[in-house]
Design a protein around this ligand. Structure first.
Ligand code: NAP
Ligand code: SF4
Length: 686
């Protein structure tokens, strides 16, 4: 290969841009080809038919994408430690054949895979759950049973047995999950460990359980087999460890025989966000550095690392040796390969929305990805070239139109995308204005670059007519014309103080100090956050830590500090007609963050409202039979949307066959997840 051809040039640019990220590393006696690791992610694929075939295809796709190392989702060493009923356990040789399907698929794809051992402790959603001491987790309905001393010793033994089985199944190592508030973490934190036997009391007593596990596991496996320990780098729980204790604990983990330390952040019940989009990228670098400075084995950073430049920076500045990325590898299985080939601008970036991954897991569904509907469904998608290339017109450049156009063009169709506006993006252009949603910019970049590289023709500022489309230049017509805001029928709805969320999020108007918001769906909440939120909190680690009360020096146990508060920028009152609490249907893993922020900003929320009128005074409404008025400068309508179907209807009348997708198809509770999924499935059917 010539050193000057474009391909080689891009590779050598990548090598100079990401020199640390792309260099190999020894972990114990093993070597990984780069510093990018797919972190453990629970998918619930095990609850479907052909689970191991699905898991094998899922991990093999990531191995083909050149990820340096893959960590599986957690397998419990004992039945009572599973995440939920029917959860994953590895405790018997009978299970090895299933695991060999996974390990051989990954090896054949050129990768290495490590099994994570996770005992969920008092987070296990099963009646038999166990813990170091009595005390129910606030996120579990089941109270745990404290383990006897003999049971603690047998649990240590179970970790060793599972490790030996993992080695026999062909895994390259194990990761012992000691963070996020699961059983091991419950032993190490004083708040959940009040034992008076050898596994409690002093610091040495509390860390004895994990240290014995690491020792026992190391003794039971080959020297080449990687033993990785995932430590809680900051507990974010009152009564958690201090930074000094964490560093000492890490040293003892190394001495006990671990080859590498991975880091976790917070517990699942912490009241500080740790991985949502509102957390700045690489926010937890200092907590990782505290560990890195204490040990000589490699240390891995995790949480909110979704771009190669962020990963490179963490390694180059000495915070970590490798980076763990779980959701970013759902979003793009080829993350590492694109980085190496100098095509980082083609990475389909994880936007940290949690909508299709964690929110599904937390509601007993299967994980996939909003930006990549193929994730977890590798055996369902046919990704070859189409055997019947067609000329396709796509009308509308929002998420549905762009996702269809990219996927169809990649299958070899000749795609022309018509967009009436001056830029692509549709509703995404509004979403990305909201504090904490700046990652939507990456989604737009991905679509723009992919459309261009796949050879789609994009015609902006073009409102194509039904007559032009009916001329027969195209074999297929895909209508993705999106939605328009719904205008409710309220006396005074045309009053000048009434605005639509579009006026606000496109910054067409200067919004007053006192605001009423009609409608409390995702957009109503977004508009409230736009009007009172601080954009810096999701961009600057200092601003984030101060707003959420995090002591980055971790001098206080658990790393908590009093949160800073500022007078709110505006007075906001949100309304809905339903009498249930506002924001009930926001994402499970992110809704609480948004609600906490708005509560802190003093946003008033009223459910069960009837809107009587809007006039110079403000919004007149009735609640519980009582007439009231919200004296406001502006009333902002966030009352849902209607489908834009004019073009579709006109083509129907002419007898032209079309495909209807996204909000133009169904406006109710439309979101980018449904739009991209529908568009991708249509594209692969062509
Ligand atoms: P939405 O979720 O359907 O909410 C519409 C709101 O308007 C509801 O609160 C509804 O409450 C109210 N409403 C409906 N018809 C009304 C009428 N005729 N008069 C007065 N009020 C009316 O729609 P959206 O907020 O526009 O969001 C659109 C989609 O984007 C949703 O799927 C949403 O999940 C998604 N999204 C999600 C997020 C997120 O955080 N994940 C953020 C933004 C958008 P009442 O009927 O009780 O009054
Ligand atoms: Fe990332 Fe959202 Fe995909 Fe989850 S669903 S992997 S958070 S983009």
């Amino acid at each position: 290969m010539s050193g000057t051809d474009p391909h080689s040039r891009l590779i050598s640019i990548a090598m100079t841009t990401y020199p640390h990220l792309l260099s190999p590393l020894k972990i114990g006696r093993a070597t990984v080809p780069n510093r990018m690791v797919m972190g453990a992610m629970h998918t619930r694929l095990e609850t479907l038919d052909r689970p191991h075939e699905r898991l094998a295809a899922f991990y093999a796709a990531r191995a083909r994408g050149e990820i340096g190392l893959i960590l599986t989702g957690g397998y419990s060493p004992v039945p009572e430690g599973v995440m939920d009923e029917g959860g994953l356990v590895l405790n018997h040789r009978d299970q090895l054949a299933e695991h060999r399907l996974i390990t051989s698929a990954v090896k054949n794809a050129g990768g290495q895979i490590v099994l994570q051992i996770l005992h969920a402790g008092r987070y296990a959603k099963v009646a038999e759950c166990v813990s170091p001491s009595p005390g129910k987790a606030r996120i579990n309905v089941f109270p745990p049973r404290p383990l006897s001393t003999a049971e603690v010793w047998s649990t240590i033994e179970s970790f060793a047995i599972t490790s030996a089985l993992a080695q026999e199944a062909g895994y390259a190592g194990v990761e012992i999950m000691g963070s996020e508030g699961y059983l091991i973490n419950e032993f190490t934190a004083a708040i959940t460990n009040q034992r008076d036997d050898e596994f409690g009391g002093s610091f040495e007593g509390r860390i004895r359980f994990p240290i014995e596990i690491v020792r026992e596991v190391r003794a039971r496996v080959n020297p080449e087999f990687m033993v990785i320990y995932r430590i809680s780098s900051i507990d974010l729980m009152e009564g958690g460890m201090t930074g000094r204790e964490i560093a000492e604990f890490a040293r003892q983990v190394e001495q006990a025989g671990a080859d590498m330390i991975n880091t976790g952040v917070g517990w699942h019940e912490s009241s500080v966000p740790t991985i949502a989009a509102s957390v700045p990228r690489a926010a937890w670098g200092d907590a990782v550095r505290n560990i890195k400075q204490a040990v000589s084995i490699p240390v891995m950073a995790s949480n909110r690392i979704n771009a190669p430049e962020v990963a490179e920076q963490l390694i180059a500045t000495g915070s970590a040796d490798l980076v763990s990325m779980a959701r970013p590898l759902l979003a793009d299985p080829d993350f590492a390969k694109k980085t190496r080939l100098g095509k980082a601008d083609e990475i389909n970036t994880c936007i940290a929305c949690n909508q299709a991954c964690l929110d599904r897991i937390f509601t007993d569904r299967i994980a996939t990805c909003l930006v990549n509907p193929r994730a977890g469904r590798e055996i369902e998608f046919d990704d070859g070239l189409s055997n019947r290339p067609r000329r396709v017109a796509v009308i509308g450049g929002g998420p549905a139109g762009m996702a269809f156009a990219v996927n169809a063009a990649q299958r070899g169709h000749q795609v022309t995308l018509f967009e009436a506006g001056q830029e692509l993006g549709g509703q995404l252009n509004m979403a990305r204005q909201v504090p904490g949603k700046n990652e939507f910019n990456e989604m737009l970049r991905y679509f723009r670059v992919s459309l261009q590289r796949a050879g789609s023709v994009v015609r902006l500022n073009t409102r194509i007519t039904p007559a032009e489309l009916a001329e027969g230049h195209f074999d297929e017509i895909v209508i993705a014309t999106g939605v328009s805001p719904r205008t409710p029928e309220i006396p005074g709805i045309n009053h000048p103080k009434v605005l639509s969320y579009v006026d606000v999020l496109t910054k067409r108007v200067q919004v007053g100090q006192r605001v009423a918001i009609i409608g409390a769906g995702g957009i109503g909440f977004d508009v409230a956050e736009f009007l009172v939120g601080d954009a810096q909190e999701s961009l600057s680690t200092t601003a984030f830590m101060s707003a959420w009360g995090v002591d980055t020096s971790i001098k206080s146990p658990g790393g908590l500090a009093p949160a800073a508060s500022h007078p709110p920028r505006r007075t906001i009152h949100m309304f809905q007609r339903k009498s249930e609490s506002l924001g009930k249907n926001l994402g499970k893993s992110t809704g609480w963050i948004l609600k906490a922020k708005l509560r802190k900003a003093g946003v008033a929320m009223t459910g069960g409202a009837t809107y009587d009128a809007i006039d110079d005074v403000g919004l007149h409404y009735t609640v519980n039979g009582e007439r009231r008025v919200a004296e406001v400068d502006h009333v902002i309508l966030c009352a849902g949307q209607n489908s834009n179907r004019e073009l579709y209807d006109a083509l129907q009348q002419r007898g032209v066959t079309t495909h209807l997708i996204g909000g133009a198809d169904v406006a109710t509770e439309l979101d980018a997840l449904r739009a991209i999924d529908q568009a991708t499935r249509l594209a692969v059917s062509f």
